[in-house]
Design a protein around this ligand. Structure first.
Ligand code: ADP
Length: 544
């Protein structure tokens, strides 16, 4: 077996460089990969340059070689240079490595970056002394402080207990789909693994009552869940805390016969009575559809960051997911984006992607509804195999095109945790879009053809942020002029109060997507609601 490793790797198996703990480090991180191996990195930084970088690992030869090479590549480099060290750079520097060990390089590059993030966090804390935890929370503004009208004391205390638990989790992400079998659990599992590999503290809660597949995906079938006092203790896979309704079912059909209130009670109990501890992210694999079960998840997690909606490209799924988006909008649950799964087939022999079903339906619908499109994940036999083997795909085949598609899709979710993320802030890979908004008196002008000026807002749709706002005087009114004029200014979307059908067609001809029926609000509020997927569109008030 040793013959398949390069000389450079073999040397580092026995004599890894920089294999020690650093005293008084400026940055430190420890990550346990889903394979159970742990890597720990330390670094000292002087004047923006890493003067010392070290590591240790519980893994064997390949982990030592990858960790060692990561430290060697990082030494003497600037912080942005270190953040650009990728899995592939480590593998190249080692003259390659057999496929089954390549994930060690991913773990090494992510732990290194997490140590850099730790360094940057300390720097920021020193500057602003800012805190994001419960200790800094203004209790007076907490919705769980006061009993609501029509709420019994028992209900109030329950809500407080739930809030108390959720308060220790910085970001809550719901993964939803219009129906079962579209790959919602696959996306949830790979999202959780990717976040964990990026050094985040992650919980994964599977409340898909009708088809809990998370235990299978992590090889946890038959796992016994323990109790600690009144709390349920989640099962740990690497550093990920996993709890699935599947752990409590003797038989997959058991949950289907439960009555509605029992299902709701169980979902609430999993959120409220589980010892999640301090987490950066809780990923919730929700029941499919738009019925009472996903509704209760959305209502219980009051301060969720938003939902990721998974669909497949066929028209019928797209219609389902359209309902999911409306469902989120009616609950004022931000939609973080749509993932189009099973989009094209990856040939296991040559890797070429063939579109079996038509592709792009999810993307088209996301654009129409003003929702970020997170990307397409092809139908890849390796996903099914990884799932059967109990290893989330992204971990097993980190370098494949499909894994890259997964990684791209989760970027905006990584960015939620603030500060730099391994790739989102360093690379130029942003989803830029220019939104035009007609304004009068500082607000959306209902009749766009007679507005005073236009706001041109550049946004990063993936990271959901405004990059730049520019105001330009509107040209003199001339029928048919505005679509061409805005296309020349690079607009991709126009948000309007009302617009006649002829004008709409002219904009679409110029590839400018039209959103009509928006309320009279400020530019910033409209763009924010658009990026969060909660822009309420009312009636088209245009009468000509
Ligand atoms: P859901 O949670 O929506 O019911 P799952 O995530 O459980 O769906 O996926 C259903 C099945 O489809 C699983 O066997 C899974 O491995 C497989 N699967 C999901 N996405 C893909 C894909 N992109 N390529 C191949 N198989 C996939």
């Amino acid at each position: 077996m040793e013959a398949s490793f390069s000389k450079k790797a073999l040397v580092r198996f026995k004599h890894p460089r920089n294999y020690e703990e650093l005293e008084e480090p400026d940055g430190h991180a420890i990550i346990t990969g889903p394979c159970g191996d742990t890597m720990e990195f330390w670094l000292q930084v002087d004047d923006g340059i890493a003067t010392a970088v070290s590591f240790i690992t519980t893994g064997c030869g390949p982990s030592r070689a990858c960790g060692s090479m990561a430290t060697e590549l990082a030494e003497g480099k600037t912080i942005p240079e270190i953040m650009r060290i990728e899995q592939q750079d480590i593998l190249d520097a080692l003259d390659g490595m057999p496929e089954e060990h390549q994930h060690c390089a991913l773990l090494a590059s992510n732990t290194l970056k997490a140590a850099v993030e730790d360094f940057m966090k300390h720097q920021q804390n020193d500057k602003t002394n800012a805190q994001g935890s419960c200790s800094a929370c203004d209790k007076d503004s907490c919705s769980a402080k006061n009993q609501r009208q029509n709420e019994s004391l028992e209900e109030f205390l329950e809500r407080q207990a739930l809030q108390e638990r959720m308060c220790h989790i910085r970001h809550k992400i719901l993964v939803l789909s219009g129906k079962g079998g579209v790959g919602k659990s696959t996306v949830a599992a790979n999202l959780a693994v990717s976040l964990s590999l990026a050094g985040k503290r992650v919980g994964l809660l599977d409340v898909d009552i009708h088809g809990p597949s998370i235990p299978k995906m992590f090889h946890l079938e038959g796992e016994a869940v323990t109790n600690d006092g009144d709390s349920i203790v989640p099962v740990e896979v690497g550093d990920i805390k996993v709890l699935s309704i599947g752990f409590f079912l003797g038989n997959r059909d058991d949950a289907v016969i439960w009555r509605g209130p029992m299902k709701m009670g169980v979902i609430k109990q999993f959120l409220k009575d589980t010892a999640w501890g301090e987490l950066d992210y809780l990923v919730i694999d929700s029941p499919p559809g738009t019925g009472d079960e996903p509704l209760s998840v959305c209502q219980l997690v009051e301060d969720a960051d938003g939902a990721v909606i998974v669909t497949t490209p066929q028209d019928v799924s797209v219609a389902d997911v359209r309902r999911s988006i409306r469902f989120c909008q009616s609950l004022r649950m931000p939609v973080l984006g749509v993932v189009e799964n099973m989009s094209g087939f990856v040939c296991p022999r040559c890797g070429e992607v063939t579109n079996i079903f038509k592709s792009g339906g999810g993307e088209q619908m996301a654009l129409e509804m003003g929702i970020p499109f997170l990307g397409r994940i092809p139908l890849d036999p390796q996903i099914g195999e990884a799932c059967d083997a109990g290893k989330p795909y992204i971990h097993q085949y980190a370098r494949s095109e499909t894994a890259k598609a997964f990684q791209h899709a989760i970027k905006p979710i990584l960015a939620l945790d603030g500060g730099p993320t391994p790739s989102s802030t360093i690379t130029e890979d942003i989803q830029k879009m220019r939104i035009a908004i007609p304004i009068a008196n500082g607000q959306l002008a209902m009749h766009f053809g007679h507005c005073e000026e236009f706001a041109l807002v550049d946004v990063d749709q993936a990271a959901k942020c405004i990059l730049k706002t520019e105001k330009v005087e509107a040209p003199e009114h001339q029928p048919g002029l505005l679509p061409r004029w805005l296309a020349e200014k690079g607009a991709n979307v126009i948000i309007a109060g009302g617009m006649g059908s002829r004008a709409q067609a002219l904009f679409e001809e110029q590839n400018i997507h039209v959103i009509i029926g928006a309320p009279a609000d400020t530019v910033e509020n409209l763009v924010k609601a658009f990026l969060d997927g909660i822009l309420q569109s009312g009636e088209n008030i245009c009468d000509h």
